[in-house]
Design a protein around this ligand. Structure first.
Ligand code: MN
Length: 735
């Protein structure tokens, strides 16, 4: 079907807008012609095709090209590649055609973009392999990734017209990979928008609530910012500094993640907004000195919080970010974050990579910076094909957030590690052998456990012992991809040995007792030794963690099955276009669906009432049900988007049994705390307390409650009740 006259008018107006944006990058007639040729080819190639929303397809490449020039700050070649980015993928044109018409450079860029679109549709290993290829393009030409991010941003902006299963897949990939990539490439504004859009589609209710609250409080906030800024403005004006001062509210997504992480309501987030001062530096003294001068004049007015000073000027972040951040005590006892930066730093913060390069070329004096080092690291990683492709993908993601602290070896050599890194990370950073043999560390000449978290400026010596070996718990204490991989490798080798040995030991013992090792026997043993599968059982036996002395007794006793079926889930059968209200009235299906069973995900343990999403295991075809907020789900969605179950999965309302929840509490000790706790839990709600464990020390009590609750709603009600108890400081659900 051809485009209508209206379509043509719309296309023409968008194209004019794009040309207006290109004014700042086109230096001569040749540049203009290059872009126009790309546009007319794209127009011809996509002629008559429409997007799912019904709008002409061509609007998509135009919009991507506009993001590329306006929001990322790239040049003519990138605009051309953006206009052509779907031509090879979706039409009869080939990469050779591109080479022939637009030259080698554009052809390789379009080729890179085409390869990338295959990435998320293939099976996992092929997908990860593709991804590795794409990252090779990154080390060749970062622009390809930047254009891909622009493509993703536009698809996210227009996600509303996609069916729900596609939305889950696309938002999963975005939160897993594209937002971190955008962050790593310094595209702060785009990263924030991607996250907000993910939240908008995945958690519409929460998103609407937070946005509404932000809007409702905006008048009061602006009034406060005005009051806060007044004396600063007066001072800066007196010094004759050219600057702009603005107050910025945190994004809905970052507010929400903080609420979830700290389990607090929005009203308790104190750093909801930050003040940003962007100034034009004078020739002299240095930018850095001028930033500190402004800092100093602000702290003359407001008292700074000492542990909240962040100096990313002396040592910029790995993604190139430079600024001075401080939190100060404002009027009415409110902490306010103040960010100080020059116009150049602002450009880098907003536009990332492209701005970074522009300024870098201007000053040739710069040494290899953090960003170059990161690119180099990617190249090295890509060159060593020893890891399997999926591990590589996961590790690569880890490396997206890097290099926030600097520590020193005993000889004074500086080493960069991600924020949160421990002495173990350093040990593995120096050498795998040192990591594997580490038993402790000396941080600033004091002996500490090897799992101790390091701070910038620490001097660290690793203590090793020949007999030492990595422990599985270490995985929880390392932050770097290198350390994680090394520990996993070691454990895997060790486990394989133990598994074999354990199998032999068990077989031998059972045949001594004349017992046939059937499933029933193994199940009993697994239960007795607290193992979730046979392999775990063999490994435990092989490692000597359990003895086989009372084997006979275990097998002969009739133990109660501890595995409880807690709830019923059902798949709501709906088509994309089906009317919701009719669907609601249908009788829910049983757990069966195509002969597949719904299984609760081990990673996030959804409770009845939690929002859930189904994921169909590509091998077993089992449907695993995750919490909609689950990180693992996002990871899976980005690797096997096609496995997200299309239909909504819901809890059945009437057949809910109790399930176990563990709550951590902390508060100020007083008489009668235990009685009050028991009252809240037993009298007020129909729940069963399974275990209560409270310790008091130095006037503080802390402990855990294990409860059987009916559903998420009643659990939340208990959490609320507990929070309102006198002296209670914190109440957290831990599973
Ligand atoms: Mn596209």
């Amino acid at each position: 079907m051809d485009y209508t006259a209206e379509d043509e008018i719309l296309i023409e107006s968008k194209w004019q807008e794009l040309m207006l944006s290109c004014k700042k990058i086109c230096k001569n007639e040749a540049d203009w012609n290059f872009i126009k040729r790309a546009y007319f080819l794209a127009k011809e190639a996509h002629q008559g095709v429409r997007r799912r929303s019904g709008e002409p397809y061509l609007l998509h490449p135009i919009a991507v090209a506009k993001i590329v020039v306006d929001e990322i700050g790239l040049g003519v070649k990138s605009v051309v590649a953006a206009l052509l980015h779907d031509v090879v993928e979706d039409t009869d044109y080939t990469v050779e055609d591109m080479e022939h018409i637009f030259g080698h450079k554009i052809a390789t860029m379009v080729d890179g973009l085409t390869k990338m679109s295959g990435v998320f549709n293939a099976d996992t290993s092929r997908q990860a392999e593709y991804f590795r290829k794409v990252l090779l393009t990154l080390s060749d030409d970062v622009r390809v990734i930047l254009i891909k991010i622009a493509d993703r941003l536009h698809n996210m902006r227009t996600l509303g017209s996609m069916p729900q299963n596609k939305q889950v897949k696309i938002t999963g990939e975005t939160i897993y990979l594209f937002a971190p990539l955008a962050y790593r490439l310094g595209l702060h504004a785009i990263k924030t928008e991607l996250e907000d859009l993910c939240m908008k589609y995945r958690f519409p209710k929460e998103y609407a609530e937070i946005t509404q609250q932000i809007n409702e409080t905006s008048a009061a906030r602006e009034e406060y910012i005005r009051k806060f800024n007044a004396p600063i403005i007066e001072t800066l004006d007196r010094y004759g500094i050219k600057y702009e001062i603005s107050g910025r509210v945190k994004s809905a997504y970052s507010i929400w993640t903080k609420m979830v992480r700290k389990q607090i309501p929005m009203s308790e987030i104190y750093d909801l907004f930050a003040i940003r001062i962007v100034f034009q530096p004078l020739e002299f003294p240095s930018e850095k000195t001028q930033c500190w001068q402004i800092y100093s004049s602000i702290t003359d007015i407001y008292t700074p919080k000492p542990d909240r000073l962040r100096d990313w000027i002396s040592m910029p972040k790995a993604n190139g970010y430079e600024a001075l951040h401080s939190t100060v005590m404002g009027p009415d006892g409110i902490w306010v974050e103040v960010q100080i930066r020059t116009q150049r730093m602002e450009d880098i913060a907003e536009r990332g990579f492209a701005a970074h390069w522009k300024y870098k070329q201007a000053s040739i004096t710069q040494d290899e910076d953090e960003f170059d080092k990161w690119l180099k690291m990617i190249r090295t990683a890509l060159d060593s094909p020893s890891q399997n492709a999926i591990d590589f993908l996961d590790n690569f993601k880890l490396s997206l957030y890097t290099s926030e602290i600097t520590v020193f070896t005993p000889k004074g050599e500086a080493r960069h590690l991600p924020y949160g890194a421990t002495a173990l990370d350093l040990a593995y950073d120096v050498h795998t052998k040192i990591g594997n043999k580490a038993i402790g560390a000396k941080v600033n000449h004091k002996i500490v456990p090897v799992t101790t978290q390091l701070s910038s400026g620490d001097q660290v010596e690793i203590i090793t012992a020949e007999s030492a070996r990595p422990k599985p718990e270490w995985l929880e204490f390392v932050f770097t991809a290198k350390a994680k991989q090394a520990i996993k490798n070691f454990i895997k080798r060790e486990q394989e040995d133990n598994l074999e040995r354990g199998m032999e030991m068990l077989d031998a013992r059972l045949s001594e007792l004349n017992i046939t090792p059937n499933n029933r026997v193994l199940r009993k043993l697994m239960e007795a030794y607290d193992c979730s599968n046979k392999d775990e059982l063999y490994v435990k036996i092989g490692a000597g963690l359990v003895t086989l002395d009372n084997l006979e007794k275990i097998i002969k006793t009739n133990s109660k099955n501890k595995i409880l079926k807690f709830w019923t889930l059902f798949i709501k059968d709906n088509d994309d276009d089906a009317d919701d209200e009719i669907e609601e009235s249908k009788q829910p299906h049983k757990e069966q669906h195509d002969g597949t069973q719904l299984t609760i995900a081990e990673c996030c343990h959804p409770l009845p009432g939690d929002n859930v999403v189904g994921f169909k295991d590509p091998i077993t075809h089992q449907i695993i049900v995750h919490k909609a907020t689950c990180d693992e789900l996002n990871r899976l969605a980005s690797q096997h988007g096609e496995c997200i179950v299309k239909e909504a999965i819901q809890w059945s309302q009437y057949k809910t049994q109790s399930s176990l929840a563990t709550i951590e509490i902390l508060g100020i000790d007083r008489m009668g705390v235990l009685v009050d706790l028991a009252n809240v839990v037993t009298n007020d709600f129909s729940v069963n307390m399974r275990q209560i464990n409270i310790q008091t020390h130095d006037g503080i009590f802390e402990g855990t409650l294990s409860l059987y609750v009916r559903d998420a709603e009643s659990l939340n009600a208990i959490l609320d009740r507990l929070r309102r108890m006198k002296g209670m400081e914190s109440v957290k659900r831990t599973n």
